[in-house]
Design a binder for this molecule. Structure first.
Ligand code: NZQ
Ligand code: ZN
Length: 386
C-alpha cells in the first residue's frame, strides 16, 4: 500500500432540503458572489429562484450559459466579471461542467494573466476564491475534488488542471435535484462514476485491500441503482445512492494507497476535444475495449477479483474466461442503460485517431498507466470502438 494524504476538505450538505442552509453556509466567504450556471436547467427546475430567494441579501453577479465540456471563453468571461465586481466567492449551481468552470474562474480571478495558462500549467494557480457548489447531476465528483477540465476548441484541447485550493468549501447535494435529469445524462453520469473507479481500481497491485473493497461497493451501487433511476426518475433512494457514489468515486478515497496514470479518461478527453461528445458516453464506449486490450497474465487476477466481487461471477478454472465474462457484463450494462456503444453511432470515424492517440499518450502520461500504452496501442483501442 502506497503512502497517501487524505484531507476531507469539503463540507458536504447532503439530502432533501439541505439548500435551506445556503445563506449561513455562504456568509463566512463574503456577500459579493458570482453565481455560475449552465444552459437553463436550474431555471426550469426552480433552483435558480430558490437560490435568489435564499441569497436575497447578497450582491449576486451572474454568469449563465456554461456549456457541457466547458470552454475557456466562458471561463474568461467569468474571470472578467469577478474582477469588475470585486467578487469574494464563486457559487456553482449545476454539473461538473459548471463546477469545473467555476473552479478555474475562482483561480483566474486571483491571477494576472490569461486563464488558459492555469489549465495548461496548474503550478501557476495561486490564490483561489472560495468555491461553493450546488450539485444537479451526479457524475464527475467535482463537488468534492480539486480537478477541473476545460476545453479550448481553437486547438482541439481538453485538458485537466488541478489545485488543492480549488476543492469546494461547501457542496450541497440534494438528490431530488437529480429527478429532472434526462435518461441519457443519468446513464452517462453513471458510466463516468464507474470509470473513475475503474481508473483507480485497475492499477498495479499494491495490497490496498480496503480501498479495493470501497471501489467494489461504489461499482455495485451504480449497477444496482442506475437501472432503478432510469425506470423511476423520482426514486429518492436510487438518486441518493448514485449521488453519494459519484462524490466518493473521485474524492481521493478509492485511490488511497494506490496510484498511477489513468487510461480511458485521457483517451475520452481526446474524443470530446475533437467531437464535443458527452464525457460519460465516450467512457462507456472506450472502457470495455480498453479492458479487453489490456487483459493479460499480469492483469487477469484483478479482473477475476472484479468478476467475483462486483458481478458475483462464480470462480472458474479458466481465469481468462472468467475475466472476459466480467468485461462482457460491463459492456452489456452500459448498453442496457441506453448508451450508444460504438463511435460510429456518434458519427465519429478514424480520421483524427492518429493525432488523438498521440495527444492522449502525451497528456495522459500513458507510459505510467496500469498497462503502459503507446500511440499505436491507443489507435488500436480507438479502432475497436468504431
Ligand atoms: O447546462 P444545463 O442547462 O444545466 O444542462 C445540463 C447539461 O446539458 C444538464 N443537467 C444538469 N443537471 C440537470 C440537467 N438537466 C436536467 N436536470 C438536471 N438536474 O446535463 C447536461 C450535462 O451537464 P454537465 O455539467 O456537462 O455534466 P457532467 O457533470 O457529466 O460534467 C461533465 C464535464 O466534467 C468533466 C468532463 O470532462 C466534462 O467536461 N469532468 C470533470 C471531472 C472533475 N472535475 O473531477 C472529472 C471527470 O472525469 C470529467 O472529466
Ligand atoms: Zn470522468
Amino acid at each position: 500500500m502506497n503512502n497517501f494524504r487524505f484531507h476531507a476538505y469539503t463540507d458536504i450538505r447532503f439530502g432533501e432540503g439541505c439548500i435551506k442552509d445556503l445563506n449561513s453556509a455562504m456568509l463566512p466567504f463574503g456577500k459579493k458572489v458570482l453565481l455560475v450556471y449552465g444552459g437553463g436547467s436550474i431555471k426550469k427546475s426552480g433552483l435558480y429562484d430558490k437560490v435568489k430567494e435564499l441569497l436575497s441579501d447578497f450582491e449576486i453577479t451572474e454568469l449563465a450559459g456554461i456549456e457541457p465540456n466547458p470552454k475557456i471563453e466562458s471561463v474568461r468571461a467569468g474571470v472578467k466579471l469577478c474582477k469588475e465586481n470585486g467578487v469574494q466567492a464563486v457559487l456553482a449551481a449545476g454539473g461538473g461542467s459548471t463546477i469545473d468552470a467555476a473552479k478555474v474562474i475562482a483561480a483566474g480571478a486571483c491571477y494576472d494573466g490569461d486563464a488558459w495558462d492555469l489549465v495548461v500549467d496548474p503550478a501557476k494557480i495561486g490564490e483561489v476564491l472560495p468555491i461553493i457548489t450546488i450539485l444537479t447531476i451526479c457524475a464527475t465528483g467535482s463537488e468534492m475534488n480539486k480537478n477541473a477540465v476545460i476545453s479550448n476548441m481553437e486547438n482541439n484541447e481538453k485538458l485537466g488542471t488541478s489545485s488543492h485550493d480549488m476543492i469546494p468549501r461547501v457542496s450541497f447535494c440534494d438528490p431530488t435535484y437529480l429527478y429532472t435529469l434526462p435518461a441519457m445524462q443519468t446513464a452517462a453520469g453513471t458510466a463516468d462514476i464507474m470509470s473513475h473507479v475503474f481508473e483507480q481500481y485497475f492499477q498495479k497491485n499494491t495490497g490496498a485491500f480496503l480501498t479495493d473493497c470501497i471501489s467494489e461497493s461504489i461499482l455495485k451501487t451504480c449497477i444496482q441503482y442506475c437501472p432503478v433511476a432510469l425506470r423511476e426518475p423520482n426514486n429518492y433512494e436510487a438518486r441518493a445512492n448514485l449521488s453519494w457514489a459519484s462524490t466518493l468515486a473521485l474524492n481521493g478515497l478509492p485511490t488511497a494507497g494506490k496510484g498511477g496514470a489513468w487510461t480511458c479518461h485521457p483517451i475520452e478527453h481526446e474524443l470530446s476535444a475533437y467531437y464535443d461528445i458527452t464525457h460519460g458516453v465516450g467512457l462507456a464506449i472506450v472502457t470495455p475495449r480498453w479492458m479487453r486490450y489490456i487483459l493479460n497474465e499480469k492483469t487477469v487476477d484483478q479482473f477475476c477479483q472484479y468478476a467475483e466481487n462486483v458481478w458475483k461471477i462464480e470462480k472458474m478454472e479458466d481465469k481468462f474466461c472468467m475475466a472476459q465474462k466480467a468485461i462482457d457484463r460491463t459492456e452489456k450494462f452500459f448498453k442496457d442503460c441506453g448508451i450508444p456503444m460504438t463511435l460510429s453511432e456518434l458519427g465519429i470515424d478514424e480520421i483524427y485517431f492518429d493525432k488523438m492517440a498521440e495527444k492522449a499518450v502525451c497528456f495522459g502520461g500513458l507510459e505510467n498507466a496500469y498497462i503502459a500504452l503507446t500511440k499505436e496501442d491507443v489507435k488500436k483501442i480507438l479502432k475497436m470502438c468504431l
